[in-house]
Ligand binder design. Structure first.
Ligand code: MG
Length: 160
């Protein structure tokens, strides 16, 4: 049986006016954007951590410290590309990726296909193996009040 690995990732960022909202590498028009050292892309951060977790290679904060000026306003596609490269060096290829974005507004439905295409592109796998789902925070707690957004990710890796 080929070696199969599962990895889980989670990320959360605050939302504030005057910031960009970038999800899976796609900029989405919104009144409030995500606050972070990099571009604060919760989807790419959660998927990066899921890949690093599956390959037992650490986490995004260890590889790309948010105290490093090199990563200020960085395109998080760089973090994900590096995680894919490191997993590849460890002998793993990506099977599939499933994510859930939790965000009160805006509605993500019109953007999901574009986000999947962009994420698949960075991962270097067919879009049919990449899932992005969206939920709201039901108007309660920080996410429901529009103060934050989060993303959960699960990744399958297989020893190639
Ligand atoms: Mg993050």
């Amino acid at each position: 049986m080929p070696e199969i690995r599962v990895g889980a990732g989670h990320d959360l960022h605050r939302l504030e006016p005057g910031h960009r909202l970038v999800l899976a590498g796609v900029e989405i028009p919104a009144e409030r954007g995500a606050v972070g050292h990099s571009d604060a892309d919760v989807v790419l951060h959660a998927v990066t951590d899921a890949i690093l977790g599956a390959a037992a290679l650490g986490d995004i904060g260890r590889l790309f410290p948010n105290t490093d000026p090199a990563y200020r306003d960085a395109d998080s596609g760089l973090f994900l590309s590096e995680a894919v490269r490191l997993a590849g060096l460890a002998g793993f290829e990506i099977g599939n990726v499933d994510t859930t974005v939790i965000l009160e507004e805006p509605l993500l439905a019109p953007h999901i296909d574009g986000m999947r295409t962009k994420l698949a592109d960075v991962l270097g796998i067919p879009v049919g193996r990449v899932s992005i789902k969206a939920k709201t925070g039901e108007q309660i707690e920080s996410i429901g009040r529009g103060e934050a957004l989060a993303c959960e990710a699960v990744v399958l890796l297989a020893r190639s």
